[in-house]
Design a protein around this ligand. Structure first.
Ligand code: CA
Length: 182
């Protein structure tokens, strides 16, 4: 089961690359915390501390996901979201808003503008990472980890062995016929 342990954290895009996440956060401590936690999960993290920089990096680097603080100096998060969702090249990049207490109205506006999810501050880094991964999977920007031997691991528990046509859940084999497998 060592393979399970090894593969449980990694997440890649369809092309096998690390998912690129743009973190937009003007508070340096928080930006560092996000960079550390997302990088540790195998993501390519780029950071912006203003709305202007966020727009520039989003257009240049076309990230797989944008983690967007709403209250930013200069162009605020909602305007960053509105601008990106109105431009062809960036319109489909999933946006997850980072929101503070009292921003309920902004959350609603952001979701209507096309943001995919929001995470209220203060947040647990583990929950944040899990939600980022979930949005990456849901939007198709990232795939469930697989290895060259044709083994696909889902949710750390379900293993599909495409070579042997065998499926195991927590190490227990499921009785599937070849037809069911196909
Ligand atoms: Ca802020």
């Amino acid at each position: 089961m060592s393979q399970l342990a090894m593969s449980s954290k990694s997440i890649t895009t369809a092309s096998g690359a690390k998912p690129r996440v743009l973190v937009v956060e003007d508070e340096q401590d928080l930006q560092d915390l996000l960079r550390y936690n997302l990088s540790r999960e195998g993501m390519d993290v780029i950071c912006a501390d203003s709305g202007e920089k966020a727009l520039e990096l989003a257009r240049q680097k076309l990230p797989d996901l944008i983690l967007l603080d709403l209250m930013l100096p200069g162009v605020d998060g909602l305007n960053v979201c509105r601008t990106l969702k109105n431009e062809g090249a960036t319109a489909n990049i999933p946006v997850v808003m980072l929101t503070a207490k009292g921003e309920e109205a902004d959350i609603v506006v952001g979701l209507e503008l096309g943001a995919d999810d929001y995470i209220p501050k203060p947040f647990s880094p583990r929950v944040l990472v899990a939600r980022v991964k979930s949005v990456l999977r849901r939007t198709g920007a990232a795939e469930v980890d697989s290895n060259p031997e044709g083994m696909i691991t889902l949710a750390d528990e379900l293993v599909i062995d495409t070579e042997r046509h065998r499926v195991t859940v927590r190490g227990e084999a499921l009785n599937l016929t070849v037809t069911e497998f196909g």
